[in-house]
Design a binder for this molecule. Sequence first.
Ligand code: PGA
Length: 253
Amino acid sequence: MRKPFISGNWKMVGDSQSSVALAKAVAEGSAGIAGERVDVAVIPPFVYLQAVAKAVSSSAIAVGAQDVYFEAKGAFTGEISPAMLKDVGCTYALCGHSERRHVIGESDELVGKKVTAAINGGLLPILCVGELLAERDAGKMEQVVERHLRTGLAGLDAEKMSAVTIAYEPVWAIGTGRTATPQQAQEVHQFVRGLLAKMYSKDLAQETRILYGGSVKPDNARELMAQADVDGLLVGGASLKADDFLKIIQASV
Ligand code: PGA
């Protein structure tokens, strides 16, 4: 019912040549299943978006941005608007990735503004939520995830919410090699779906795709995807190697 969705967050890695080569390899290697049995997106650094979008233009691979600003235009040095991202071929935009929250210092409120602006600008936001290790150890996982979800979706009606994908990314599992167990992922995904049902409706909660992210690799992708409420994966490190990312795509169908 929910089509799997595999996305590759390339973070601040690569150059123009390697980005285009990776995008082409992903497009070629997933031809026939991408778009049909699984939605696939690559999320390169801003400066390579246009080149990557061109490289995958004849395939079913979508392109996403790692961030977006909430204002439409003006004196916001260094920021990129939703319309600019659309203009260079983006379909998706990550909002509130944990590195934006914890390294760059974005607030929950700012993330919420970005989600709304992305939708209003015709992009599909991927709202990232997830707790730090200290928060999990202190028994605050649900509290943090709920806060991220409620502030991230603040002010969105059901119609706008239907444009949103949620990504659960426990911060302690990102880039650490320490993946959440499939059971841990399922537990939080079920919690998120339950919250969405309360905030919106059961139907909307059932339709919303919830991705897992954090040290996803070819050898754990299948087991994660086998969980009832894991609808896709947000892959960092392993999305930088075409072979690994293609194996993860294969494991999702
Ligand atoms: P990772 O990153 O797969 O390298 O842990 C995931 C992410 O940050 O989206």
